[in-house]
Ligand binder design. Structure first.
Ligand SMILES: NC(=O)c1ccc[n+]([C@@H]2O[C@H](COP(=O)([O-])OP(=O)(O)OC[C@H]3O[C@@H](n4cnc5c(N)ncnc54)[C@H](OP(=O)(O)O)[C@@H]3O)[C@@H](O)[C@H]2O)c1
Length: 291
């Protein structure tokens, strides 16, 4: 789909990180960008950036972990602008806890935002897209939606659910003119690693990565390559290019992660062996941090 000054892009989680970067890049084409998140002040800042980049901004403060808020936000977008060309269901948050330390409330919060929010926004947007015979649903999952990572099982499970949801949605969209894409990024330099529920997960990786190299040497095992952290801008460019190409498939933004995802399907034991040193190091760091 060609995105230009007539297009309407609706982005959840637009107040920071990847959502804000996508908003500004779409604004550079003159598009109208609907910015959805909870923090009004941060949304207003992004709205200014959108206008400065040549786009039109419309701010909706909403909590997309709630069904009524998703319906209100998507409903307002459609009634104000007549439809949505691209729905970028991007809002998401991670968690930091071992499985036995994960409270039910944390598990449910993570699913409400990362899974239910994607479903509710998509369901609200589809009837209008079907009437117009066009549209693109883009859900941001993660490499955590394709293979496991320790100490954030709720997030890993939620992102796997997003992959499954988009796979099922695609089968219903055949012949409709509507595309559905699932994006699976690895590390992006945003606020994400600091705002995980249950404590910041960034420092856990920071402590574990050097230690994992020592463990790998001691055990004489191969260490899986860690992907390069990307800026939100770099990642946004890849996502927008996938939408431009009308890609209705899973997009791996970080080149070295797709082979690991394939290996996890073909031979999970081999894939998991490559991460053993990192996981041991993370386990040590987690228990040291928790005392
Ligand atoms: N950063 C990474 O390494 C990484 C890797 C793979 C996948 N991802 C995924 O990429 C997406 C974007 O994350 P990011 O890296 O850009 O992180 P971020 O900077 O923390 O952005 C998260 C966005 O989600 C919004 N949000 C959180 N809870 C919300 C709620 N209840 N209702 C509405 N909006 C909510 C936040 O806004 P408010 O707080 O203002 O509501 C913020 O705009 C997420 O789905 C994340 O899981 C990130």
């Amino acid at each position: 789909m060609i995105i230009d000054a007539t297009s309407v892009i609706c982005i959840t989680g637009a107040s920071s990180g990847l959502g804000a970067a996508c908003a500004v890049q779409y604004a550079q084409r003159g598009a109208t960008v609907v910015l959805i998140a909870r923090r009004a002040d941060r949304l207003q800042r992004v709205a200014k950036d959108v206008e400065a980049a040549g786009g039109k901004a419309h701010v909706i403060v909403a909590d997309v972990s709630r069904e009524d808020e998703c319906e209100r936000a998507i409903g307002e977008t459609i009634s104000t602008f007549g439809g949505i060309d691209v729905l970028l269901a991007n809002a998401g948050r991670g968690n930091m806890a071992s499985v036995e330390d994960t409270p039910t409330s944390q598990w449910r919060d993570i699913f409400a935002l990362n899974v239910d929010g994607v479903f509710w926004c998509t369901r609200a947007a589809l009837p209008s897209m079907r009437k117009r015979g066009r549209g693109h649903i883009v859900a941001i999952s993660s490499v955590a939606g394709r293979y496991g990572h320790p100490f954030n099982a709720a997030y890993v499970a939620a992102k796997h659910a997003v992959v499954g949801f988009i796979a099922a949605l695609r089968t219903e969209l055949v012949g409709s003119g509507i595309n559905a894409t699932c994006v699976c990024p690895a590390g992006i330099l945003t606020e994400w690693a600091d705002v995980t529920e249950g404590g910041a997960i960034g420092p856990l990786y920071g402590a574990a990565i050097p230690k994992s190299r020592r463990i790998a040497q001691e055990l004489d095992i191969e260490l899986a390559p860690l992907s390069r952290m990307m800026t939100a801008d770099e990642c946004a460019t890849i996502i927008i290019s996938a939408v431009d190409q009308g890609r209705s498939d899973d997009v791996f933004t970080h080149a070295d992660t797709k082979p690991i995802a394939i290996q996890a399907v073909e031979d999970r034991n081999v894939q998991e062996d490559r991460f053993e040193a990192l996981w041991r190091a993370m386990s040590d760091a987690y228990h040291e941090q928790r005392g």
